[in-house]
Design a protein around this ligand. Sequence first.
Ligand code: SF4
Length: 242
Amino acid sequence: MTSGEEMISPGVGRRYFGESESVLVPTQAAPFRSLSSLQREQRACTRCAQAGFIAQAHPVFSGHAGQRVLLIGQAPGPVEQDQSRPFAGRAGRQLMRWMIRAGFRDEADVRERIYMTAMTTCFPGRRPDGAGDRRPSAAEVALCTPWLDGVLALLRPQVIIPIGSLALERFLPGRRLDDVIGRAFTATGIPISGSPQVAPVLVPLPHPSGQSRWLNDPARLELLDRALGTLREMVEWADPAG
Ligand code: SF4
């Protein structure tokens, strides 16, 4: 296949963007034979512990190869680490309420249909001042990026949901939450109106954590409403049998 050539997403028959169109959503970056072999290796990863960023590595993510929606948060918290389950804590409960507003039946439906990972998949620890969880550094994100690249290349999701500003910076760099929440974008950052022609589609959401101050402004609740409506449309497009 030549660089930039369209690809067909397996089992869907929908056009998938060519590899040269976006370095942010790789399609051929995976040295792994399968998603399950990537997951086995990721679960054993200790890069950030070896580099001294965290005391102990405990990668947290969930999903399987049949899923068409990929959700990418910032990093797991202590509850997620304890339960080995993404979005298991208070922010997760808020996220599940949002997802039900976006058309999912319940939490089990969300977890069955969405692959969940993060920009760094180990708990980064608390902030030095104790006010919430630490935001992973650029160096930690760089160490964890090959895992995310591998998931993108192997899963080939139809819908990608970057959650919060750290994931947004990866997929729509330089954009502000205010400018993107409520809208859908192509893999190259072009706003989509109407039914998408090419997968994957990006649908950003704010972070549901209480640490995020973005939602404190009541005007933004309207943007969130719009985002959940957009997500509903895109998930129905990507996963009509869901
Ligand atoms: S955050 Fe990612 S790169 Fe760092 S130890 Fe965990 S899995 Fe490995």
